[in-house]
Design a protein around this ligand. Structure first.
Ligand SMILES: Nc1nc2c(ncn2[C@@H]2O[C@H](COP(=O)(O)OP(=O)(O)OP(=O)(O)O)[C@@H](O)[C@H]2O)c(=O)[nH]1
Ligand SMILES: [Mg+2]
Length: 328
């Protein structure tokens, strides 16, 4: 017989920092089982204290390499660090996923670091409900800083900005066209712009591009103008790594700005708003399908759509009006 999991016990162990408990709870939540509600109800009150750092940018710009450097720096400052890598590139397309594992493995013996990769995204490209939950679980484990690495920028909807207190947008030299295309969105996404691979040709041209883009944006009276930090996050000699101190200083300055202006409250509000929306979406669907079960109505609706007597939008409206609109 399969041993049932004692959720209370598991959550207690999580709160004490037990990595195996964290891994099991994360698996439960990722599977989306009924039990995940029980897990999250217990976990949630122990969250909300961590500083959340988003790192986003196109594939291969150096997000994981930078994360690795930031972990080293934060550990030196005595902070514990959790990392969630969302949507690691497919192991079939160049093995960056494996790359993440290898790069971040140097911390695998360190109890103050917990790394988790997740392959899940919502069907429209935004972060999925389980991503929000996994971040909460790692917070409850006691990690003081949580780094969320997401692939994206530009056209994509980058919802990490609804979770991250500070969002780093990572660019590399030679991304002139991308930067042009992003002009409008750049201020929305980035609290700090990282021009990584500053050791490559074209770094200065890209820097000038970025500076002029931002100086136009800054005329609009923004309170926080994203600083541009140049970094070299991998080099054969450690002394050739550059910009990491400047980057951590900029993160600290942004953190102070958020506290001083209370913008942090808005970010916390948006995070919960997103969570609520995602949970409602899932639970409403479950509730409605459960309600239709055994009535034969679901089959009838589907057939009427196939036979072009109805369309899914009208069906959803009808069902919602029948079951959810309170009667006068
Ligand atoms: N020259 C140079 N190469 C770098 C630098 N930073 C990272 N790289 C290299 O760029 C490649 C991609 O780095 P990753 O850290 O995996 O990039 P990523 O953005 O996490 O990639 P995905 O997760 O696949 O989107 C690796 O081969 C790194 O060694 C840098 O500052 N200079
Ligand atoms: Mg990566």
């Amino acid at each position: 017989m399969k041993k049932s999991i004692d959720i209370d016990d598991m959550v207690q162990r999580l709160l004490a920092g037990d990595r195996r408990a964290a891994a099991r709870l994360i698996t439960l939540v990722e599977d989306g089982m009924e039990k995940s509600h029980e897990v999250m109800k217990r976990v949630y009150p122990h969250t909300g204290q961590a500083m959340i750092l988003g790192i986003t940018g196109s594939g291969g710009v150096g997000k994981s390499t930078l994360t690795d450097q930031l972990i080293h720096k934060l550990r030196k400052q005595g902070k514990t660090v959790g990392v969630v890598v969302v949507d690691p590139s497919s192991p079939f397309s160049g093995g960056a996923f494996l790359g993440d594992r290898i790069r971040l493995q140097s911390h695998s013996q360190d109890d103050g670091v917990y790394v988790r990769s997740m392959a899940s995204r919502g069907y429209l490209g935004g972060l999925s409900r389980s991503t929000y939950d996994v971040i909460r679980i790692i917070e409850a484990m006691g990690m003081e800083v949580i780094i969320v690495e997401t692939l994206g920028a530009g056209q994509d909807e980058v919802d990490v900005i609804h979770i991250a207190h500070t969002c780093l947008l990572v660019l590399t030299p030679g991304m002139g066209d991308d930067i042009q295309a992003m002009k409008a969105g750049i201020m929305e996404i980035a609290d700090i712009i990282v021009l990584n691979k500053a050791d490559l040709q074209g770094a200065n041209t890209s820097l000038r591009h970025l500076q002029s883009t931002l100086s136009v944006a800054s005329l609009k009276g923004k309170e926080w103008i994203p600083p541009i930090i140049q970094t070299v996050s991998v080099a054969s000699k450690a002394e050739n790594i550059q910009g990491i101190d400047e980057l951590t200083a900029a993160i600290a300055r942004h953190h102070e700005y958020l506290q001083k202006t209370k913008v942090i409250d808005q970010i916390k509000f948006e995070r919960v708003e997103q969570e609520l929306g995602l949970i409602f979406k899932d639970e409403l669907q479950k509730l409605i399908f459960k309600g239709l079960k055994g009535t034969g109505k679901k089959k009838k609706y589907i057939n009427s759509i196939i036979e072009a007597r109805a369309d899914p939008y009208s069906v959803v409206e009808e069902v919602l009006n029948t079951y959810l609109v309170p009667r006068q």
